[in-house]
Design a protein around this ligand. Structure first.
Ligand SMILES: NC(=O)c1ccc[n+]([C@@H]2O[C@H](COP(=O)([O-])OP(=O)(O)OC[C@H]3O[C@@H](n4cnc5c(N)ncnc54)[C@H](OP(=O)(O)O)[C@@H]3O)[C@@H](O)[C@H]2O)c1
Length: 283
């Protein structure tokens, strides 16, 4: 049991990782506000429990986020840990994604995360304590084909969270970015993955092949979301929760590779890069 009972507020708790995080946090003795677009799904996945409050929340709706935060505070009096988990995957080559699809993807992954964080921060600021946890992705560190919109959203989450950390530390609020590799949730099912709605002949064959390949990955992902959830609750309850936690051996390799690539890119042009100041500054 944790030494201190906290109140968690979790988005996208009706299935996948969010449901596992809610169950693990409940098992650890915390109060849980589990939210989702379908209250019924969240109740089925997590509840019932005396320390559980289930609320409707589509994270793209700032007003609903505010109402959910108000209801959470009404029930438990505080919010100690916000877990920005909700997300989806809009896949496809950039040119075949419609502008509306790109906006919808970034609207959920980044602006949705910002909406819920915006609603929760005043509560944490008043408390002078709190923790904002956002689920990013290995695709938030390294770009790859078919992920232009998804990576744009997740890179955005990384930049948002890193910058926010510096603004809210003064109020006793800490941040944790979670960087998962492939975990066996429902993300690659048709309920969570949708494909580009435009068709361009030059991409046609590759798109068809990629759809088949990604379909084949569904159910084969190496990561166990229940293990991730339990480990995450352990880290959140630790004395020093990490600013970034890379989850899964595949993600560790991806992030390490990116770190090496960045150093190599800096080294390749170090002298040129460092020679661009005004003459009086250089002197
Ligand atoms: N699984 C992986 O391999 C993996 C890897 C890296 C990062 N991630 C990230 O992990 C997080 C959880 O995804 P998952 O893998 O657990 O996928 P999942 O099984 O498909 O679950 C996604 C959850 O997000 C919810 N959601 C989607 N859009 C929402 C919205 N606008 N408002 C509220 N809830 C919304 C879904 O609710 P509905 O039931 O209403 O659709 C569902 O509960 C996501 O941020 C995802 O990007 C996953």
């Amino acid at each position: 049991m944790p030494t201190e009972k906290k109140t968690f507020f979790i988005t996208g708790a009706g299935r996948g990782l969010g449901a596992d995080i809610a169950r693990s946090a409940l098992a650890a003795g915390h109060n849980i506000v589990a939210t989702g677009r379908s209250v019924q799904s969240v109740e089925q996945a997590v509840g019932p429990h005396e320390r559980l409050l289930v609320l409707p929340l589509d994270i793209t709706d700032l007003t609903q986020a505010q109402s959910a935060v108000d209801a959470a505070v009404g029930r438990f009096g505080r919010i100690d840990v916000l877990v920005n988990n909700a997300g989806n995957f809009i896949a496809g080559f950039f040119e075949e994604l419609s502008p509306a699809q790109v906006q919808a993807q970034v609207g959920t992954l980044l602006f949705g995360t910002m909406n819920v964080t915006r609603a929760a921060l005043p509560v944490m600021r008043k408390q002078r304590s709190g923790q904002v946890v956002s689920i990013s992705s290995a695709a938030g560190i390294v770009g790859q084909q078919l992920c232009t919109a998804y990576a744009a959203g997740k890179f955005g989450v990384e930049g948002f969270m890193e910058s926010l950390a510096e603004e809210v530390e003064q109020f006793g609020i800490s941040t944790t970015i979670v960087v998962p590799g492939f975990f066996r949730t429902e993300l690659l099912t048709p309920e969570s993955t949708s494909w580009s709605e435009l068709t361009i002949d030059d991409y046609g064959e590759q798109t068809a092949q990629n759809k088949t390949a990604w379909d084949g990955m569904n159910g084969q992902q190496p990561g166990d979301p229940a293990k991730l959830a339990e480990a995450l609750i352990g880290l959140i309850d630790s004395d020093e929760p990490p600013a970034r936690w890379v989850a899964g051996a595949d993600a560790v390799a991806t992030v390490e590779g990116k770190a090496r690539t960045l150093i190599a890119q800096v080294d390749a042009h170090r002298a040129l890069s460092s020679s661009l100041a005004h003459e009086e500054v250089a002197a």
